[in-house]
Ligand binder design. Sequence first.
Ligand SMILES: Cc1cc2nc3c(=O)[nH]c(=O)nc-3n(C[C@H](O)[C@H](O)[C@H](O)COP(=O)(O)O)c2cc1C
Length: 170
Amino acid sequence: MNVVEAIKKRASVRSYLDKPIEDEKLNAVLEASRLAPSAGNRQEWRFVIVREGEVRRKLGEAANGQSFVGEAPVVIVACAVTDGHVMSCGQPCYPIDVAIALDHISLAAVEYGLGTCWIGAFNEKKVKEILGVPDEIRVVELMPLGYPVYKSVKEKSRLPLKRIVKYERW
Ligand SMILES: Cc1cc2nc3c(=O)[nH]c(=O)nc-3n(C[C@H](O)[C@H](O)[C@H](O)COP(=O)(O)O)c2cc1C
């Protein structure tokens, strides 16, 4: 599968088979995150890989009760070791860098027949308590990973290019 095919095929998966992920596939997906670019090559991302069922269930609760999060065989908890560095453009780099790494994960997952869903609706304090994440570390996103329960493929609901692209000037 090429990258464009993976981009087109990726969709949020909110229903997972009760089937473990092979270690080689999990490692291959994580390797895709390791190769991501980051500002100044800071590589501030850190991932907690949660497979234990009860902990996954608690993460689902901490994700505003989105129980499907804990139903996936793996929950990737994407964290950042950050000094809060802000780029000269005014943007903090850690959420951007972690998001790029997670996007690599979501696309590599497609290659291996796995599904993901970005989870930004969660309580950081609760997630930190569940996993023993130190105070100075930020939890940026959660991402369940698993074999999807296939549903009919829906057309992506997106703005047309002409609404989002301007050429030469704003
Ligand atoms: C930063 C971010 C946070 C998101 N948080 C959630 C979430 O908490 N729960 C959820 O079900 N989907 C979440 N989503 C998924 C979006 O709803 C989804 O990507 C969007 O509707 C487009 O659908 P698609 O991913 O199937 O293409 C999130 C997506 C992003 C990028």
